[in-house]
Ligand binder design. Structure first.
Ligand code: HEM
Length: 574
């Protein structure tokens, strides 16, 4: 029985993949999350802007961005189509009617990412004040910039189909090339014929897999073109995502053709053990698919981690296709592992697969950990986001899968001298079935994961963090700069208006800001604010020195010394 070659060949292929990846991976931008805008969210302007522009963290698919701007009576004030910047593919702009005047404006934007094809939509507000500084109203929502990346069940189904199909195509071809033909070459006569039938079934399964992954890739490509119709033919391949999905569709088709060509050979039973290299072109196409997938993955969007991100993604996908795909291939061919196939063949095959699967597990787990580090980033990200929970669910399913594999490996290793029997093979095959189904479930979860926004997605870059509160007939806007993320030095500002008419409140005397950490030592730190400067107070301080939820209280004294209190809450991550 061939002991070393399968694992050794797979290792060689793996090394080849790394080299190809390092040469081919291209850096791309980050996720299509809101970064900044003009006017910035919660800005109060004294002049009329002539345009609104939004910058996101990822290149935008041409033709996809939209911005609409409405005033407080819901009248649209934007004019003309939204334009993508010709110099910066992450910025898009819409012009405004001239002289739009004082109001609270709502900006709604939508965009499709050129890197991963995902749709993002968001809303924010800005205000134009009256010339005397009076506010025309209040912000409808404060503190956050709303942003959503809805999960489309169609996309989840297409991505899951793509991964399951690829695992079947690649895993079955690998099992055929590295296991079935070398182990089958030990057989003679009718037994060899039976194993050739199994090989045929394996190749047919691989061909179905190739078509199953090509069709969803074509579907994802078409879906994105329908969402944002291209201006010309070039634009249909004009983004990393469109190019990747189109390539996968074509490569899947080619793989199916190559496999059909192999199946058409009459000498499948006689010659393949000597000519296992004939599988190489189909495997090579599989490697190209892995490159195309990795180039348009979330991790490829992480510039800070490039090229580690796409390399880890490719290794993860390779390991997953090798392991889960190999298990699905064994599941499909289990009929040829039973009688009349000699148990020595079946057990030899399972033994060789066990070595290959060990390599797959090592690759999946190590690269999966790197991906989790890049895309989840923190324990908060893991436990505090839907994305983190899907990663946890995948890891949880992995435990029984690895345990079953280890159990099988242990049984195969413990009884090497025992004569293989059909009963022993049947026992091993039953475990393979459970493992394969778990693998398929993890692949479906991967389909869900890639449609979600990674937990480590960047926060807004420069907008001012704004909260507001009303008390004692006053309206206070509280701002922090930079955007509160972790402990550090911040500028805190409080601007006061009369609540009933929005005009600036000037009679305020001195003011203080106190800070109390929930679950801390229970002592609030109170700092005097600089001011008043008109209706404005501020302080620059490193007082927020720990992660957690901080209760802030601004106390402003009126002309008669009567205090008015405003409460705000700010959460800092570690
Ligand atoms: C230690 C356990 C695992 C962890 C922590 C993990 C984590 C991840 C992460 C973070 C991603 C990136 C998703 C994205 O692009 O947003 C991913 C992708 C993926 N995972 Fe896993 N995973 C694990 C196990 C598995 C297993 C066992 C399989 C298959 C049987 C699998 C199959 C996939 C596939 C097919 C992808 C998509 C790759 C691509 O888009 O190119 N994962 N995984």
């Amino acid at each position: 029985m061939a002991r070393g070659p399968p694992a050794a060949s797979a290792l060689l292929l793996t090394v080849g993949l790394f080299v190809a990846l390092l040469a081919a991976a291209m850096p791309v931008a980050a996720h299509a999350d809101f970064l900044r805008s003009t006017p910035a969210p919660f800005d109060v302007w004294n002049i009329d802007p002539t345009y609104v522009s939004v910058t996101v963290s990822e290149a935008v698919q041409p033709g996809s961005p939209t911005i609409t701007v409405t005033n407080s009576t819901d009248v649209r004030v934007d004019t003309g189509p939204t334009q993508l910047s010709s110099t910066d593919p992450t910025t898009f702009t819409v012009r405004l009617l001239s002289g739009i005047g004082p109001s609270v404006y709502t900006v709604t934007w939508t965009v499709v990412s050129a890197d991963d094809g995902h749709f993002t939509a968001g809303t924010f507000y800005f205000m134009i004040a009256y010339r005397d500084g009076t506010l025309p109203g209040k912000f409808p929502q404060t503190g956050t910039i709303t942003q959503s990346q809805p999960i489309s069940p169609v996309d989840v189904a297409l991505d899951a189909g793509n991964f399951v199909g690829f695992a079947i195509a690649f895993g079955s071809t690998l099992v055929a090339a590295l296991l079935w033909t070398p182990v089958g070459s030990t057989l003679e006569g009718d037994e060899r014929k039976a194993s050739a039938d199994g090989l045929r079934a394996l190749l047919r399964f691989a061909r179905i897999g190739a078509l199953v992954f090509a069709a969803p890739a074509a579907g994802l490509w078409a879906e994105n073109l329908i969402r944002s119709p291209p201006a010309d033919l070039g634009a249909a391949f004009g983004s990393t995502f469109l190019l990747s999905t189109a390539c996968q569709a074509v490569l899947g088709g080619l793989m199916a053709v190559l496999l059909a060509h192999l199946l058409a050979r009459p000498s499948l039973a006689d010659a393949f053990d000597e000519r296992a290299w004939e599988f190489l072109p189909a495997l090579f196409l599989g490697f190209l698919v892995i490159l195309a997938e990795a180039a348009a993955s979330h991790s490829a969007s992480e510039n800070a981690w490039w090229p580690l991100g796409p390399v880890a993604d490719a290794i993860h996908l390779y390991g997953a296709a090798l392991w889960a795909g190999g298990l699905l291939a064994l599941l499909r061919t289990r009929r040829w592992l039973r009688e009349p196939t000699p148990p020595a063949f079946s057990e030899g095959l399972l033994r060789a697969f066990s070595r290959l699967a060990l390599l797959g597990v090592l690759l999946v787990v190590s690269a999966g950990a790197v991906l989790a580090l890049i895309l989840v980033g923190s324990v908060d990200g893991l436990l505090g986001s839907g994305y983190g929970w899907v990663v946890l669910a995948k890891t949880t399913l992995l435990v029984p899968m690895v345990s079953l594999g280890a159990w099988n490996r242990w049984r195969l290793g413990r009884e090497p001298e025992e004569k293989p029997t059909h009963e022993r093979v049947a026992r091993l095959s039953r475990t393979v079935r459970t493992e394969a189904l778990l693998g398929a479930a993890i692949l479906v979860l991967a389909g869900l994961l890639v449609t979600m926004n990674p937990a480590a997605a960047p926060g807004p870059q420069n907008p001012t963090f704004t909260l507001d509160a009303t008390a004692g007939g006053l309206y206070a806007i509280f701002q922090m700069n930079p955007w509160p993320e972790g402990p550090g030095d911040y500028i805190f500002q409080v601007v006061l208006y009369y609540e009933n008419n929005g005009t600036a409140y000037y009679p305020g005397a001195n003011a203080t800001l106190s800070f109390l950490l929930e679950g801390g030592n229970g002592t609030a730190v109170t700092l005097p604010l600089e001011g008043p400067h008109g209706n404005h107070y501020y302080i620059d301080s490193p007082v927020l020195d720990a992660a957690g939820t901080w209760q802030l209280r601004a106390e402003v004294r009126g002309p008669q010394g009567t205090p008015v209190d405003f409460a705000f809450t700010v959460t800092l991550h570690g």
